[in-house]
Design a protein around this ligand. Structure first.
Ligand code: CA
Length: 299
């Protein structure tokens, strides 16, 4: 086949068939008890509750819990003691408190979600992480909560970590900061179709200069867990334009990042392989005395 605009149209239509979706809406993924306001099943003690928060399971491969000096549950910050503000969401935050098992390994909460990992979707997990400060509780007990044991936030699929934030934030004492964990899933992923999950971890690392016997109590707090899923939109303005004798220019909207060009010399069967130009946009390709089909793929 000789190079022609007609061939260009065929190539463009082929690429549209290969994608086959148009929607682009941010959708919230359901997380149970995302702000730890549901304290059913827990015991109440002044501003604290003790027990596993509803909807969440303990992640404790190091068997730190239960222990006489470790407490999981919630705290209702009053904006004066322990934190400079009240809870980022609602009135309660979850706590992972540790006095006596410092340095014996990470632990935390995890939740498996109903929704599953989808192709061509961007995920963004947002978590408020709190660095609790020393302070006196309502019962008069003083807690040394200087320093910070470190945190990790994980997004999982099928129990496998697909994105994480390991203690990247420098959170001042008595403050919360927002951890955002994002990943874009393209055409394939080993965990496609498997259940999404969230894990919130107290790294339980003894601060520099301390030992288990001298360490402050080690606590990480979390609140306001949200997860969004956004379909990655089909690239717009995907086009072929003659670029001189025996050449065409292939281009797509430069704002649509992450796409790579593939090519096939036949459609039945389709035999797609990566074009040498990869993600280069625009790119000039030969188009003389041959048939070649192109499509974009988000790897
Ligand atoms: Ca809350």
């Amino acid at each position: 086949m000789k190079t022609s605009i007609g061939q260009s149209c065929t190539l463009a239509i082929t690429s549209l068939i290969a994608f086959g979706w148009v929607a682009s809406e941010v959708a919230g993924v359901t997380v149970l008890n995302p702000g730890f306001e549901d304290v059913s099943g827990q015991s109440v003690f002044n501003e604290f509750t003790f027990g596993e928060p509803a909807g969440w399971d303990l992640y404790d491969t190091n068997n730190v819990i239960p222990d006489a000096g470790t407490f999981v549950g919630t705290l209702e910050p009053n904006g004066v003691d322990f934190f400079n503000s009240t809870a980022p969401e609602g009135i309660k935050v979850c706590i992972l408190f540790n006095s006596g098992r410092e340095g014996e390994g990470e632990y935390g909460y995890e939740q498996t979600l109903v929704e599953t990992l989808q192709a061509y979707t961007s995920y963004s997990l947002s978590v408020e992480v709190g660095n609790i400060a020393s302070g006196t509780a309502q019962n008069g007990a003083f807690f040394n909560l200087d320093e910070f044991p470190g945190y990790r936030v994980e997004l999982l699929a099928g129990g496998v970590v697909i994105a994480q934030d390991t203690n990247s934030l420098a959170i001042p004492e008595a403050e919360f900061a927002t951890s955002v964990v994002s990943t874009a899933i393209g055409s394939s992923h080993a965990q496609l179709g498997q259940s999404l999950g969230i894990r919130l971890v107290n790294l339980n690392e003894i601060p520099a200069g301390y030992t288990q016997g001298t360490s402050p109590d080690l606590e990480v707090d979390f609140d306001n867990i949200t997860l969004s899923a956004t379909p990655i939109p089909e690239p717009s303005n995907f086009m072929l334009v003659p670029a001189g004798p025996g050449q065409v220019t292939i281009s797509w909207d430069p704002d649509d990042a992450g796409w790579e060009l593939q090519q096939s010399d036949e459609l039945s069967p389709m035999n797609w392989s990566g074009s040498p130009s990869g993600s280069t946009n625009p790119v000039v390709v030969p188009a003389a005395d041959q048939v070649r089909f192109y499509r974009l793929i988000h790897p």
